[in-house]
Design a protein around this ligand. Structure first.
Ligand code: SAM
Length: 288
């Protein structure tokens, strides 16, 4: 067990639950499979539970830590040679500007209080090759869900628009100190190579899924009333309005968002709705 130094208290506001189980740590590092010459970036190294073994295998690593006290300890740790530390908020880091952009391999046991905005911040960045994250198990189930299930929602459609989602490993609360109240899981995200035309659909897709899932038990005819379209515009949408939000596949949503984008381009619908964006960035537990 790799216990964190006893004099340091975990800070709740930074979402600190430190990994202490060597077997789980080893399994996560095996899943990442770091190699020398790769551009690895860790979010929230904490007490270096993952940092140390990844550095041992890769020889070099960049890590972003928000907690000033932890950053100070990491900076002076003689066993972390090869570590480049960025002290700051991962939400504000421009990953495209980091060395190795295009080939970045990002990983971390993420602070659960900012999971959703952080994942979308990363999915929207160019230059990331793959990501491995420890998240709440419930969030991983939602990211990886398929249509017709209760876990399928806005988070699912938006995440799968940007990336292939692969659940890797489940992790019980006892693997952490302090122990979280929920189960956790590691997920692998493989960003898709999206054409500029498809990428340009993102704002329309955001608006579409937010409207569709705002009333997931209702038919799309009812849920999409939110968009304040005329009856004629609604009937012209390329989808079966008698279905519910969870019945449409990602491809169905992409088709639908092409029509919504046309309405946005013609000025009938807003391109960016700050309220919808805020909703997407909320903590996953409070969504839908
Ligand atoms: N990697 C360590 C481990 O597995 O034991 C710590 C994981 S802990 C769940 C989350 C870490 O992220 C903490 O070290 C915390 O201080 C850091 N953190 C929280 N918010 C952050 C942010 N916005 N940007 C960068 N790091 C952050």
């Amino acid at each position: 067990m790799a216990l964190p130094p006893p004099h340091l208290k975990a800070r709740k506001r930074f979402g600190q639950n430190f990994l202490i189980d060597d077997y789980i740590i080893g399994s996560i590092v095996n899943a990442i499979n770091p190699k020398p010459g790769q551009y690895l970036v860790e979010i929230g190294p904490g007490h270096a539970a993952l940092t140390r073994p990844v550095l041992e295998r890769a020889g070099a690593l960049t890590a972003i830590e928000l907690d000033r006290d932890l950053a100070e300890i990491l900076r002076h740790d003689p066993f972390l040679k090869g570590l480049t530390l960025i002290e700051g908020d991962a939400l504000k880091v421009d990953f495209a500007a980091l060395p190795g952009s295009g080939e970045l391999r990002v990983f971390g046991n993420l602070p659960y209080n900012i999971t959703s905005p952080l994942i979308f911040h990363l999915l929207e960045q160019p230059g990331i090759k793959d990501m491995h994250f420890m998240l709440q198990k419930e969030v991983v189930e939602r990211l990886a869900a398929g249509p017709h299930s209760k876990n399928y929602g806005r988070l699912t459609v938006m995440a799968q628009f940007y990336a292939e989602v692969i659940p890797v490993l489940e992790v019980p609360p006892r693997a952490f100190r302090p122990m979280p109240k929920v189960d956790s899981a590691v997920v692998r995200l493989l960003p898709k190579a999206l054409s500029p035309e498809i990428k340009a659909l993102a704002p329309a897709l955001k608006l579409t899924v937010a409207a569709a899932f705002s009333a997931r038990r209702k038919t799309l005819r009812n849920a999409l009333q939110n968009l304040k379209l005329s009856a004629q515009e609604l009937n012209a949408l390329p989808c079966d309005l008698s279905l519910r939000a969870e019945d449409l596949s990602l491809n169905d949503y992409i088709t639908l968002s092409c029509a919504i984008k046309d309405l946005q381009d013609s000025g009938r619908l807003p391109t960016a709705n700050p309220e919808q964006n805020a909703l997407l960035g909320q903590h996953p537990n409070t969504e839908e």
